[in-house]
Design a binder for this molecule. Structure first.
Ligand code: ATP
Ligand code: MG
Length: 371
């Protein structure tokens, strides 16, 4: 068994939101605090963000610090975790280039997350089934390959992410198997770690849409103020059939209850709403009828605030010294490069492209010509 190496990244396309938190960040902090790992890496995926924001580099540039501040605010600790910036690790581009040979276009076309995202980002063609439009950049289409490089360059064993990343991890495992079977055992197969509850695996947006996503503008951000969050919670999507107080409410697709599933613990009832012992009792009352949405929203707001308040406070502290946050990133990046360079050396020798460092090759060729 390979020693445990934990790795994940986030695209600097905006501030991080509570979907990132329940989907991945909360688990990262937990894994960090449990310890018992060889290495833990968290990176800002700016090179990947450029695959669909190539015409807006300023957006990516401005969001580096936002993501870094959100990491620190959530409790990631640079003394325990190597935090780095993706574009500053050239070995990632090098490994991706060789991985390109191991993946067919047909296989990439079947990746369901890429298909959804192509449509979402307007790279699809007109019509229902025509997923791949003529405006689809090769870089975006192939990002699952570069993501496989992100994971394997650091020999990650454990990748805590949301459900949208499942196809990426499956594809990474395929690439590792193919690489190892052709070039010999070099890379490590990663394992996905999904959040335990379904609501956290893919948190919907405040509009009830399938996924809270920076690109869809339906987010509650980790660093936003209690006032901003209040407005968003109060206008959240619930149940359009729940018009009168006495109407039975529906939980399916009801964002308020999905968020409660993701955040609420029994203790929150004792603290904020002792009329109920737990979420099941609250759901029972809601579905029976006679319970208004506003009361549920007010409770959700309290639950969210109790989790987010310490995060907001820590963010404010780190915001006071931006240069040291950049220094932390630079240090983490230098450290990550050491690991990257080591793996790339192994990859080059496995792939038989280590011509100058392989004395045996030079001697063998010399012998061939001295006969
Ligand atoms: P973009 O729209 O630019 O792709 P994003 O909001 O999808 O941004 P990413 O940086 O792509 O965020 O994802 C970072 C991590 O957060 C991944 O592990 C992903 O699975 C997780 N994640 C993102 N959105 C959600 C969500 N709504 N619910 C659960 N996990 C999420
Ligand atoms: Mg995404």
């Amino acid at each position: 068994m390979a020693e445990k190496v934990i790795l994940t990244g986030d695209r600097p396309t905006g501030r991080l939101h509570i979907g990132h938190y329940v989907g991945s960040l909360r688990r990262r902090v937990q894994l960090q605090n449990e310890g018992g790992y060889k290495d833990m890496f968290v990176f800002i995926a700016d090179a990947q963000a450029l695959t669909d924001n190539f015409d807006n580099p300023e957006k990516v540039r401005q969001n580096i610090i936002e993501v870094a501040l959100d990491y620190l605010a959530c409790g990631l600790d640079p003394s325990k975790v190597t935090i780095f910036v993706q574009s500053a690790i050239p070995e990632l581009a090098e490994l991706s280039f060789y991985f390109m040979n191991l993946v067919t276009v047909a296989r990439l076309q079947r990746n369901p997350t890429v298909k959804t995202e192509i449509k979402m980002r307007g790279f699809g063609a007109e019509g229902e089934d025509a997923v791949f439009g003529s405006g689809l950049p090769v870089g975006f289409f192939t990002y699952p390959i570069s993501q496989a490089a992100d994971i394997t360059l650091f020999k990650a064993t454990t990748v805590p992410v949301g459900a949208d990343q499942k196809p990426m991890l499956e594809q990474t495992v395929e690439i590792v198997r193919k690489f190892n079977s052709i070039y010999g055992d070099t890379l490590v197969e990663p394992e996905i770690v999904l959040p335990e509850n379904a609501a956290s695996q893919r948190l919907p947006g405040t509009d009830g849409k399938a996924k809270m996503s920076k690109s869809l503008g339906n987010c509650i951000y980790l660093g936003e103020s209690a006032e901003e969050m209040h407005k968003k919670v109060m206008s959240m999507y619930t149940d359009p059939l729940h018009v009168n107080l006495s109407d039975p409410g529906h939980l399916e697709g009801n964002a308020v209850f999905t968020y409660l599933d993701a955040f609420c613990k029994d203790g929150h009832f004792a603290e904020f709403w002792p009329d109920y012992a737990n979420l099941d009792e609250l759901k029972d009352h809601y579905t029976r009828g006679g319970l208004g949405d506003v009361k549920c929203k007010k409770f959700l707001e309290k639950v969210l605030n109790s989790e987010l308040e310490p995060i907001r406070a820590r963010r404010k502290e780190f915001e006071k010294d931006i240069p040291s946050v950049f220094a932390m990133l630079q240090e983490g990046t230098a450290k990550a490069r050491e690991t990257a360079a080591r793996t790339m050396d192994e990859v080059r020798s496995a792939m038989r492209i280590n011509y100058f460092s392989d004395k045996a090759l030079i001697e063998e060729q010399a012998r061939k010509y001295s006969l």
